[in-house]
Design a protein around this ligand. Structure first.
Ligand SMILES: [Zn+2]
Length: 288
């Protein structure tokens, strides 16, 4: 059974107003979600975020303390200092736990990486020591191409941490697909592409077009019997592009019609640990 996970990288002042609309859509559709939230963003509007997101439907996880890079990134810039990287990992978790009074079991590093956190021993160790159970950092395709492939969960056993799991994100960073963030890198897509239908001829311009791209990944995940599919969404960008959140209504109605299992990343992590999902992937794509 392929799970559908709605997830949001919540990271800027404009995310609060957007999250109000997003939360409404989730309650209407009884759709669970994971909100990865930047510590500083939460600190700035703590009471509002707790009021909005303290709901059994939602998991609140960390999007680091201040969105500084945990490793060098060709689009988002060089890694922060080792000391700052430790703060990003540890402080981000403390702030979520302090605000919500619940364990924060996962972290999604700012921007994500094409090689996940493989080989970043100090950062992986900080994550494990801080008590994270999963990291969601594999958010790009090979050579920092987009869209990100439908990668499966894997453990960091090869890096000596068999209990720390990678739970990737899939598809486009929707802000890039819609050009709400202009990026300098023009060599963006992979050739030949893995899923040609997932690469439109131009930036997406309507919620319906965005939904059509979402469908390509959802359908492919079901076809491949992938354990889950989760697209990479940003509240501020969703609201700027589609203030009525029409794309969410279309997408949520679609996954409900398909009868997909709905969950959060934390639920996925629990199922992977319990061995109820196929977690046998070697963790080494052929091109890394
Ligand atoms: Zn982010």
């Amino acid at each position: 059974m392929t799970r559908y996970i709605a997830a949001y990288d919540t990271e800027s002042p404009a995310c609060l107003a957007a999250c109000r609309k997003i939360v409404d859509a989730h309650r209407r559709h009884e759709m669970p979600a994971t909100f990865f939230i930047v510590g500083k963003t939460l600190e700035a509007n703590r009471r509002d975020y707790v009021e909005l997101l303290d709901d059994p439907l939602f998991e609140v996880a960390s999007h680091t303390y201040s969105h500084k890079m945990l490793r060098d990134h060709p689009v988002c810039g060089p890694a922060a200092s080792p000391e700052q990287r430790a703060i990003e990992i540890r402080r981000g978790k403390e702030i979520v736990e302090d605000a919500f009074g619940r364990e924060c079991v996962g972290v999604r590093p700012g921007c994500g990486f094409a090689n996940a956190m493989r080989g970043a021993m100090d950062e992986l160790r900080h994550m494990a020591d801080a008590g994270y159970h999963y990291v969601s950092s594999l958010l790009w395709g090979p050579d920092y191409s987009l869209p990100a492939r439908l990668e499966r969960p894997f453990s960091y056993a090869d890096d000596g941490l068999p209990d720390l799991w990678e739970l990737p994100g899939h598809g486009w960073h929707e802000n890039v697909l819609k050009n709400t963030t202009r990026i300098d890198m023009r060599r963006l897509t992979l050739w030949p592409p893995d899923i040609p239908q997932a690469i439109p001829d131009a930036h997406v311009e309507t919620p319906e077009q965005e939904f059509a791209v979402n469908r390509v990944f959802i359908d492919a995940a079901l076809r491949e019997d992938a354990p889950f599919v989760s697209l990479i969404w940003h509240p501020w960008s969703l609201d700027r592009f589609d203030p009525d959140m029409k794309m969410l209504d279309l997408t949520f109605a679609y996954v409900r019609d398909l009868g997909m299992e709905l969950s959060t990343y934390a639920d996925l992590w629990r199922s992977v640990v319990e061995g109820t999902e196929d977690a046998g992937w070697s963790g080494k794509p052929d091109d890394m």
